[in-house]
Design a protein around this ligand. Sequence first.
Ligand code: GTR
Length: 424
Amino acid sequence: MRNFLISAFVFMLILPVWAQPEGFNYDESKVPVYKLPDPLTLRGGKKVKTVKTWEQKKRPETLRLFEEQVYGKIPADLKMTSFRVIEEGTDTPWPDSRRKQVEMLLEKDGQELRVGMLIYLPEGKGPFPLFLGYNFYGNHTVTEDVQVVISESWVANNPSFGIVHNQLTEQSRGVRTNRWSIGEILKNGYGLATIYYGDVDPDRNEFSDGVHPFSYRNGQTAPAPGEWGAISAWAWGLSRAMDYFETDPDIDAAKVAVMGHSRLGKAALWAGAHDQRFAIVISNNSGCGGAALSRRKFGETVKRINTNFPHWFCDNFNAYSDNENSLPVDQHQLIALVAPRPVYIASAEEDLWADPKGEYLGGFYASPVYELYGRKGLTSPDMPGIHQPVMNHVGYHIRAGKHDVTEYDWIQFIRFADKHFFNK
Ligand code: GTR
């Protein structure tokens, strides 16, 4: 028994390090010397000195590079065919609140895509500001609420959540309540809307399912090299939720904060960069292809992400595997595309795979674009300490612990929204 306890203890001590895949760099002194593209220099070499030149020249140029070389172009004219409130009630787990479930339907040439959105709102008269975020395992996992509809879309198996045969069941109801501080969100006067990301595009290397086929030309079976991968598809879905909010008088569509964790944090940033209706953008532990600078090659690299998740980015992105210095952009420029809207980047101390320092520097090097607008970004190249959030127009925190979304994170997101939406 004693030996067992000792080994369990030693195991717990080494776990944070051991949990990071081997063969990747976690040593700051081994970060290569790199030169980032200047977010305020046009490709021809001219300096951007005014908001007008940023908005008319550099912003479109930057956006186009992310479309063509990184995530793939999102079809501009593909919209939902209809929105329908399929269920509503006040029998929620939280006092003074109500629930709506919306079915977003896309119909085209005999094909159908159904995307389910779960919304909780505070009781009373709106319109309410709102957080929008995807979940990983279905709307019914974020709450114990028995009324929440279970998605029928494909899902990755996860036996610890009772998910086998790639289908969601009753067994996984409430398994992810820890990641969603819904009571806190409602208490502070915000709504929450969430969607299972697999409803929009199942997270597998397969382009015959989800929304992609709705954009194909005759005979096409997969996106062309500069066309949308899965992250772009998820970003598209967030914009369709925004289309719905614009029709719902209970929701203040001018005060929607889009939030995402990890791969869904990459999608939230890309959605916020692409669609300027999102008033605040929040990236939680988004790492490689999210807020972290690719050129640092710290933790997850472009090569590894392209190998492990070949469907996330567009095919053109493969050219930058082990070749980060030829990228025409780096991730600070993705964050800069959110300017002048407030953007918040959250890291976790033990989440070295996502490169917390690279995530911070993504925000720091995006800041000159905020400054062009007279807004304050991250002013120091040095990261703040653990649990010392910065709440400027570019916000940031690093908390103790691992790759996750915690109540601490949500409390900061709410404070950030309070400050920038309501001057609180
Ligand atoms: C990891 C991946 C990360 C991150 C994460 C997640 O396996 O390497 O880029 O996206 O998954 O989404 O949980």
